[in-house]
Design a protein. Sequence first.
Length: 262
Amino acid sequence: MPHYVLITGASSGIGLALAEALARRGRKLILVARQRDALESIACELTQRFGVEVLFRTCDLAEPIQLSGLLHELEQSERRIDLLVNNAGIGSGGAYLEQDWSREKTLIEVNVLALARLCHALGQHMLANGGGQILNVASVAAFQPGAWMSNYYASKAYVLHFSEGLREELGGRGIQVSVLCPGPIRTAFWRSAQLEIGHLSGSKLMMSAEEVALYTVRALEKNRALIIPGWRNRLAALGPRFAPRWLVRKLAARINRGLLPG
């Protein structure tokens, strides 16, 4: 049975960079995103560059019927997923009560519900097949509350704590679970979340998706539980453990409000 890596949110950003890094290592891929044209182009390019099989499936993870269809297809196929990368996610900036509820609901469906469902369904297959690996993508935002991006920060806190709990449950059963918590990255995330990168553009916290992907792949090979690329980001994640909660809230609110347009 052929082995594959399944990557969600694979059409850009970290997902695309991870796809390239893993293809470079000879891994067969199944790329999942909403943009068919982008996926088709990426699949062709990676196949030509690295000589590996790259499949793609279009799926809006916020749509339960589409996600069910994807999982049904994977279940019926003879392809074994031995690495699941839950990278798909969306952001939302601004005062929570002033946001459109449909967007906030979609954020929860993609960042939380789809991720949990993929872990449940493909995790069961990994158990049946003798093991595998799961990488869930959170953020350094997961370590603190974040006013003006409250729903996003909370969704990433879920991913962090869920992943660490799952690692303890499955570690003795042949499934390795890791969680990636990157800091700010030069991707289209900021534009889609309606944020302005502003003062962060020149920050030494800012990394490229390619840097994050390379660090992550190496950490996966070592079965690291918590993956935080960049020593500055590791310090940023550590800070909330020692500072008073009121100060953590205030600092995050100040930073995030500075990212809002106008």
